[in-house]
Design a protein around this ligand. Structure first.
Ligand code: DHB
Length: 392
């Protein structure tokens, strides 16, 4: 089998890339290690930057998001017994964010690909990515006990942090940068109307907490826990009590339908391309979840990568493909910085000295009292600019 762009991974990045290429008549095939139902059920973040919303609309994928998503004009910070609003809309020229789950975006994309007639090979294990320095790379994969080869012009590695694509980058040029945090998140989905209309980020001496939502009926809530903690250590009641204490606002309680622990990590692998292999999304970088940047960063990568492929196939220019890694990493590092800032601002780090605790307080004081600081926060929260092709 042969295609122009072989895409590894059917997450939001790979599915969106394939759809945008389809809009310009560029063929692609997606290879995914898991089943479609597994991809559609993965519970991930759910706050979309303005640029992500614009991009999905431009690609014709905005209909259900605009019907069911919940636009947010700002966020609240719970600190020192009070609730402090930061208006994103006011401080970032009317831009907003939208609560709409990654799970829903993946479902919308799979549905779109039925119309597009995209070949999506699920339950396929990529065993090797070959000849990335040639004009005809190959992907070797195994499915139902049989070995297959997919020939292509380019490989887009969109297979997440644990995927195979990054490992195919030549070790001689690859440089990984890593930061592990001394805490994790215990997250729940609950059948309970969210208490607050917008997200609340709580900084509390007992640890961080977050109230978010997936709809007017479903709340998404998190608390900071130690890295070696376990969901079984938390009864439903203990969890709700802890959320109430840390957020300082009593939550609407309801049946907990999902519970899980998320480790926190910042990670960037440089460069994000070599020869004809290009990384996008978590395959190239990880952010800690605070600030909800992971999905948005993946979509911003795809904005650049899809434009570069279109430049190559429609205008015969390799310039954007050559610049991809450098350009994408410039934005990635700024988003890494913001995610790290939100994380260190809001969590309780038991290793911190008294001096560092006071610096953290000063950071919060400054954010909540300075127009300039709120403006900078709002610009990053609603999302740094992404380049959307004008005529998708
Ligand atoms: C959510 C996750 C985040 O990391 C965040 O900063 C805000 C909201 C969420 O899952 O809804």
């Amino acid at each position: 089998m042969r295609t122009k762009v072989a895409i590894i991974g059917a997450g939001p990045a790979g599915l969106l890339l394939s759809h945008i290429l389809h809009l310009r008549g560029i063929s692609s095939v997606i290879i995914e290690a898991r089943s479609q139902s597994y991809c559609e059920a993965r519970i991930r973040a759910g706050i979309l930057e303005q640029g992500t919303v614009d991009m999905l609309r431009a690609a014709g994928l905005g209909a259900r998001m605009d019907r069911e998503g919940l636009p947010h004009h700002g966020i609240d910070i719970a600190f020192d017994g009070g609730i402090h609003p930061i208006s994103i809309e006011k401080y970032d020229s009317g831009r907003q964010v939208m609560a709409y789950g990654q799970t829903e975006i993946v479902k919308d994309l799979f549905r779109q690909h039925v119309d597009n007639g995209t070949v999506i090979i699920t339950d396929a294990e990529v065993t090797e990515i070959r000849e990335i320095d040639s004009a005809s790379p190959q992907i070797l994969y195994r499915r139902e006990g049989k070995d297959h080869t997919l020939n292509c012009d380019f490989v887009a590695g969109c297979d997440g942090f644990r995927g195979v694509s990054r490992k195919a980058m030549p070790t001689s040029i690859r440089n990984d940068f890593d930061l592990i945090y001394p805490y994790s998140w215990l997250g729940i989905l609950a059948k309970a109307p969210p208490m607050n209309k917008v997200v609340i980020y709580a900084q509390h001496p007992r640890g961080f907490a977050l109230q978010s939502m997936r709809s007017n009926e479903i709340s998404r809530l998190y608390i900071q826990v130690d890295n070696d903690d376990h969901v079984d250590n938390w009864s439903d009641e203990a969890l709700w009590d802890e959320l109430d204490i840390r957020i300082g606002v009593k939550q609407n309680r309801g049946a907990i339908i999902q519970k899980g622990i998320t480790p926190m990590r910042s990670f960037v692998s440089e460069p994000m391309s070599s020869g004809r292999l290009f990384l996008a999304g978590d395959a190239g970088h990880i952010v800690p979840p605070t600030g909800a940047k992971g999905l948005n960063l993946a979509i911003a990568d795809i904005a650049l990568l899809s434009a570069a492929f279109i430049d190559f196939y429609c205008d015969g220019s390799e310039a954007q493909l050559k610049d991809y890694s450098e350009r994408v990493l410039r934005r990635v590092w700024k988003v890494e910085r913001f995610s790290w800032f939100c994380t260190t601002l809001l969590h309780t780090d038991h290793r911190h000295s008294e001096f560092e605790k006071r610096l953290q307080r000063a950071d919060m004081d400054y954010l909540l009292s300075s127009d300039a600081a709120m403006k900078s926060f709002a610009e990053n929260y609603a999302g740094l600019p992404i380049e959307i092709l004008p005529d998708l």
